[in-house]
Structures are given as C-alpha cells and as structure tokens.
Design a protein around this ligand. Structure first.
Ligand SMILES: [Zn+2]
Length: 330
C-alpha cells in the first residue's frame, strides 16, 4: 500500500502561480560586491549548498564538501574540508545519518556550536524507514520537494541566526524558493500522473527513491547490493524480470555510481521473455549534476529526474522539462 500526496495536487497547483526562472534567477539577487558582513557557509551536500546559496544570496559565500557524483554515505572529511569547516561561520550538514562516516567528526564540531543538521527538523512521522539504516530513518528526503521545504526553512533559520540584521531579505528569498518548490511539486505530480498506472514502477540501481515513490504514487524497486554471481542475486534478478514482463514496464534507470551489469541482466532477461526494456536514462540520486548547469541545482536535479522518469515510462512531458532548461536528451 502506498501513501501518496496525490490528494493535494489542487493545493500545490494553486501554489504554482508565481513561477520564476530557476534558482539561478533567485541567486541573481546577488551581484553586489562582497559585503564585510558576508557569512561563509560550509555545506556537506550540493543540495544543501545550492539551497543555502539561493536563500542567502549575496549575504553568504557557500561551498560544498561533496561535488557531483560523490556518494555521501561513504564520504569522509578531507584535511581541506576540516579547514573549511573550522573557518566557516556556519556549517550545514544533512543529518539523518546520511554522512555516516562523519558522525564522530560532527559530534566534535557541534560542541563548538555553528553546526546545523538541516534534515533533522523534519517531523519523524513524515520519515520512512530504510533497511540499510536499522533503527534509523531513510535520509533521502531531498527526493520530495514538499519535505525539502522544511529543510529550506531550517537553512533560512540558521542564516537568520547568523545574520540577524538580514532576516527580512532572507525570509523574502525563502518565500520565493518555497514557491519554486511548490511549482516543482505541482509539475512533478502533473507529468508523473500522465504515466499509465500500471507503469508507475521505478526500477533503479540504488535505494534513494522511496520518498519520491511515496510522494507521487510510484512503486520503487532497487537492485543495489545484488550480485549476479550469487544464487540469491540470480533469484532476485529473475523476480524483477517477471515484474517487468507482467507489468509491461518498459524502462529501468541507471545511476552513474552503480555498475550497469545488473541492469543488463534485467534487460536481457525480459528480452528472453519477449518483453523489450530500455534504459530510461540516468538519474541523479545522491548528488546533483555538474556545477554551473541547471542540473547542478536542486530544482534542476529534481526536474531532470521527474522528466526523465515520466518520459521513459510513457508519460507526457514538455520539451526539456518544467522550465525548458534541461539539457537535450542523448
Ligand atoms: Zn543514497
């Protein structure tokens, strides 16, 4: 049984009125010379860094520890990261045990203040469990723009604490970004709703999409950790092949960090049963696209994922996504 937010589409669509052209446009408030009171912010993931840049604008100078393609679950701080965080006025981390290899480091750093775990403010009743995190929650909350609104508000609060004289402008930018998140959510519901109901199954390499699945009514099947060399792995592949064939699912999705051997086994297995499956595209799971591109922003990352998934599974999508800014496919 899937809990979804589909019932809220009307509310989200209403909120979608004030669309502006991507987070870079909001960030474009900046441009004045760096003020003396500018705060340096060190963030762990790109998603947090981008959001802090958008909301902080010219008031902050933000750097991210983890660039495109970096796996946050296994990331350990480098010597230069430690220097950057020690010097920063504010350190923003994700929390929810995402930065599993940095927990001790952050426990130490927190004693000196200035560290905010931005996803820890989400109401636990809205969080999902995850088999890789026994006794903890699934940390991949950025996959649901509605949850990211809470994270964004926490980032704004942290910035207001650091820059109390700038609360007004920070709140204005937060409101603008929240409007963008609502518009992104409404767009996601619209294009994902155009996918035929029996095809609303997302087969991906790693288990990052549970919040996406809950928000938009998709079943999510991950194949991470399965080795085609083991009997259990072969049984799981066979099971997934049957699902693809029975439900006439036409596409599976890759992530750059995961070997495509398992995906090839799925495609070949389905093909042997007379059902054609293609690779529907590459999704951004735990890191954004290249910096300086639309896909290298939070809004662009989610737009890319949603548009790629909907298009590959038979939905109707606008050319190049919500704002016409996605890179052309292929
Ligand atoms: Zn992950």
């Amino acid at each position: 049984m899937l809990l979804t937010r589909r019932g809220f589409i009307g509310r989200a669509a209403l909120a979608a009125g004030g669309v502006i052209a991507g987070s870079s446009a909001i960030a474009g408030f900046s441009g004045s010379a760096l003020g003396a009171s500018q705060q340096t912010v060190s963030a762990t993931t790109g998603m947090i860094a981008d959001t802090a840049s958008v909301i902080g604008g010219n008031l902050v100078s933000v750097s991210a520890l983890m660039g495109p393609g970096v796996d946050p679950h296994g990331y350990r701080q480098t010597r230069s990261d430690i220097v950057a965080m020690a010097r920063a006025d504010l350190v923003l981390r994700h929390g929810l045990y995402l930065e599993a290899q940095m927990e001790e480091f952050f426990a130490d750093l927190s004693r000196r203040g200035k560290v905010v775990a931005v996803a820890d403010t989400i109401d636990p009743s809205l969080l999902l469990s995850h088999e890789d995190y026994p006794g903890r929650y699934d940390p991949h909350v950025w996959m649901d723009p509605e949850l990211w609104k809470t994270v964004s508000a926490t980032i704004a609060s942290a910035l207001k604490t650091a820059l109390p004289g700038q609360a007004g402008v920070i709140e204005e930018r937060l409101a603008a970004f929240t409007g963008e998140l609502d518009a992104l959510d409404a767009y996601s519901m619209q294009v994902l709703d155009s996918v035929p109901e029996n095809a609303r199954v997302l087969v991906t390499a790693h288990d990052a999409f549970s919040y996406f699945g809950r928000a938009y009514g998709f079943e999510v099947l991950g194949i991470q950790g399965i080795s085609t060399a083991s009997e259990a792995g072969l049984a799981r592949i066979a099971e997934l092949v049957d699902t693809l064939v029975e439900r006439k699912i036409g596409a599976v999705f890759v992530e750059s960090s995961v070997p495509d051997r398992n995906m090839k086994a799925l495609i070949e297995g389905a093909g042997a049963k007379g059902h054609d499956v293609v690779i529907g595209g590459e999704l951004f799971s735990d890191a954004m696209g290249q910096s300086g591109t639309y896909e290298g922003t939070y809004l662009g990352m989610i737009d890319h994922n949603v548009t790629t998934i909907a298009a590959a599974l038979g939905g109707t999508v606008p050319d190049r996504g919500r704002l016409g800014q996605l890179q052309a496919a292929g």
